[in-house]
Design a protein around this ligand. Structure first.
Ligand code: HEC
Ligand code: HEC
Ligand code: HEC
Ligand code: HEC
Ligand code: HEC
Ligand code: HEC
Ligand code: HEC
Ligand code: HEC
Length: 440
């Protein structure tokens, strides 16, 4: 507790120093010490009529309390591509991580080193071809790019290009060249940490058929307890150390970002995960042991270390089952079909490419995500059941139609031996179960 308080007050002190530095920086830019404060007031006064909602949100926020005003964030240098003159000041609409860094350097540095900051760098992926070519560009702008971020460009007359703006996708490439959008999680103009700690804040993006983390969480014991104990979560507290400031349940932020008695908060959401569950075949990251240890440190504030160790052993088994039984053989079959010219190099122009994509990108990810975060329905009915149905009833028959015999070797593996039929004893058990339970 003391440590946490100390940390918070040193963060505050640092912010104040940075605040003063940046005010003087702005003042220097503006050429006069008083102008920034006056500018801030002028903005808020006029905008109280023009956009009253924004001014209210800002007044209720920590920034409003601490006199971090409109101009402190929106002020721009004349050479910025998106800068414009506005009521006597040079401002920009976009407030990028580089702007927030004037006062929040640690958060920006952590964020910038994360996969989140890279989220718009997906040119070359299958998904990108799907969004841009198979579907069409406007769909990619309002779909992919609203989650991942796009490159925001400025038109010849200096305005943000409506083909690329509005956008608060995670890895947005800003006109100043920086990557990211802090309001992807901290909605403007409140910029609150309490709001970002809620699981729904992640759920704009971590949702749906290919990455249902929000749904998995909501159906897990953790999600149930979060819902049941929302008022006890102490979300508004400055210090939010698991096990000290709250204990009822973890949220997404607890496990992936927030502090433990021994770990500081981090804005690099990759520091605690050992597997990547995104590609066809899951792999462990470099330094995965260290990353896993950081997550285990979170879990063990509420569970015993053996309980957590056993959970990880179940999780690893599920990922390896998916990899070895379904993903690796399916990938090999697709590669053989491609090498033989039976599937063209163009993605998505053959039916089997859709079948395969759904197998790993939708169904296989759901199974893995359910396993990672204790959502049994996603492991089973929305996960492995769908994987098995697709693999045996669609993928393999489609591959056989293109190249008869291609699945023989795969089906001879132990994993698939069940297809050779039940033993006498198993058959008896099956009949008896339905007889006793349903009399049929
Ligand atoms: C005298 C009134 C007035 C003052 C002072 C003023 N604004 Fe504005 N501002 C406006 C109006 C009017 C608009 C246009 C609103 C609209 O398009 O609906 C606007 C638009 C904006 C926009 C959005 C532009 C867009 O196209 O989305 C931003 C950002 C902005 N102002 C920030 C500021 C900041 C920062 C200050 C202080 C330096 C400031 N304003 C001072 C009246 C004012
Ligand atoms: C903590 C920094 C910060 C402060 C303080 C701030 N803004 Fe913003 N503002 C942002 C961010 C971030 C965005 C979203 C643009 C983006 O994604 O970069 C934004 C967007 C806007 C927009 C355009 C978006 C819209 O919804 O129309 C307006 C207008 C605006 N701000 C006005 C203001 C006014 C007026 C004030 C003061 C009352 C203010 N801002 C204070 C960071 C800030
Ligand atoms: C001019 C300095 C300055 C700028 C620029 C600035 N902030 Fe802040 N921010 C502060 C100060 C000061 C606090 C209050 C610190 C405290 O109370 O611990 C704060 C607090 C916060 C908090 C915690 C608020 C809460 O309710 O818990 C968040 C989140 C935040 N800022 C995000 C941002 C983001 C995102 C940007 C850029 C869009 C930004 N800030 C730009 C100075 C700034
Ligand atoms: C609802 C928000 C959302 C939409 C819409 C969306 N994505 Fe994603 N995408 C995500 C999230 C979240 C992840 C990370 C999932 C995970 O870690 O399990 C992801 C993962 C990816 C990956 C894998 C990245 C990696 O590092 O392996 C690619 C590539 C990708 N998306 C591209 C796209 C493209 C292209 C589109 C549009 C056709 C799209 N996405 C639409 C949210 C979205
Ligand atoms: C993935 C969601 C997410 C993004 C993106 C994000 N934040 Fe945060 N931020 C959080 C959460 C959650 C907390 C609360 C952490 C805690 O205390 O438990 C937080 C807390 C903060 C705080 C309060 C001090 C602290 O470290 O706890 C500041 C300041 C802040 N964020 C700034 C930023 C800035 C600047 C950016 C953009 C570079 C940013 N955040 C992007 C989720 C996010
Ligand atoms: C605006 C969309 C968006 C929001 C909101 C969002 N994320 Fe993400 N997240 C993504 C995308 C896109 C990726 C995949 C990035 C990539 O690999 O290219 C991702 C990846 C991740 C990863 C994998 C990181 C890694 O290093 O492999 C984790 C963990 C994660 N997000 C956690 C969170 C948490 C926790 C929150 C809420 C506090 C959150 N995200 C909010 C879009 C989002
Ligand atoms: C109880 C802790 C816990 C909670 C709560 C939690 N996660 Fe996770 N999350 C994990 C673990 C454990 C993993 C797997 C870690 C590993 O690979 O070692 C994981 C993995 C992930 C991944 C990586 C998936 C990939 O494709 O590689 C993402 C993204 C993610 N979580 C997002 C979220 C989001 C969003 C929420 C809230 C809706 C959330 N998590 C809630 C513990 C948690
Ligand atoms: C803030 C406390 C807290 C944290 C942190 C936490 N858990 Fe839990 N967890 C609980 C509680 C409370 C339960 C519910 C126990 C019950 O079933 O009565 C639970 C239940 C579980 C269950 C049982 C699920 C079920 O359906 O019965 C597993 C497995 C689990 N947690 C694993 C983890 C792992 C792994 C982590 C870290 C990645 C973690 N927990 C982090 C509090 C926490």
């Amino acid at each position: 507790m003391n440590n946490a308080r100390l940390r918070v007050s040193s963060v505050t002190a640092l912010s104040v120093v940075l605040l003063l530095t940046s005010i003087s920086l702005f003042a220097a830019l503006a050429g006069c010490g008083e102008e920034t404060a006056a500018g801030n007031d002028a903005c808020a006064d006029c905008h109280a009529d023009v956009t009253p909602g924004i001014v209210e949100q800002w007044r209720d926020s920590r920034h409003g309390d601490q006199d971090v005003g409109c101009l402190d964030c929106h002020q721009a240098a004349a050479e910025d591509a998106d800068a414009f003159e506005h009521n006597g000041e040079t401002i920009a609409i976009i407030v990028s991580p580089a702007d927030c860094a004037n006062c929040h350097i640690d958060e920006v540095e952590q964020f910038s080193g994360s996969h989140h900051a890279q989220a718009a760098q997906f040119t070359g992926s299958l998904d990108n071809f799907l969004g841009v070519a198979v579907e069409g560009y406007p769909a990619a702008v309002q779909g992919c790019q609203q989650c991942h971020g796009g490159t925001v460009t400025v038109t010849e007359n200096g305005q943000l290009d409506p083909e690329t703006w509005p956008n608060t996708g995670m890895g947005r490439v800003n006109p100043d060249g920086s990557m990211g959008s802090c309001s992807a999680c901290h909605a403007r103009h409140e910029f609150s940490r309490a709001q970002a700690r809620e699981p729904e804040s992640c759920g704009k993006c971590h949702v749906g058929p290919d990455h249902p983390q929000l749904e998995v969480f909501m159906e897990s014991k953790h999600g149930i307890l979060y819902e049941a104990n929302r008022e006890e979560m102490n979300l508004e507290s400055d210090s939010w150390v698991v096990g000290e400031d709250y204990s009822a349940a973890p949220t997404c932020a607890t496990c992936h970002m927030s502090a433990t008695p021994g770990q500081e908060t981090t804005h690099d959401i990759g520091t605690r995960i050992s597997w990547t569950l995104r590609p066809v075949v899951s792999k462990k990251f470099d330094n995965w042991e260290e990353k896993r240890a950081s997550m285990v440190d979170v879990c063990t504030q509420c569970h015993s270390s053996s309980y957590v160790g056993d959970f990880y052993s179940q999780f690893d088994n599920s990922v390896e089952l998916y990899n070895n039984k379904f993903a690796i053989p399916a990938k090999a079959i697709m590669e053989e079909l491609q090498a033989d010219g039976l599937v063209s190099a163009t993605p998505f122009d053959d039916k089997i490419e859709w079948t395969y994509f759904e197998l790993w990108h939708h169904e296989g990810r759901r199974a893995r995500h359910g396993a990672a975060m204790a959502g049994p329905d996603y492991v089973q009915w929305l996960g492995f059941y769908e994987v098995a149905d697709n693999f045996y009833n669609q993928f393999l028959p489609e591959a056989e139609a293109l190249k008869p015999g291609i699945s023989q070797q795969v089906l001879a593996e132990d994993y698939h031996k069940w297809r050779q039929g039940l033993s006498e004893e198993e058959m008896q058990q099956l009949l008896q179960f339905y007889e006793e339970r349903y009399d049929q």
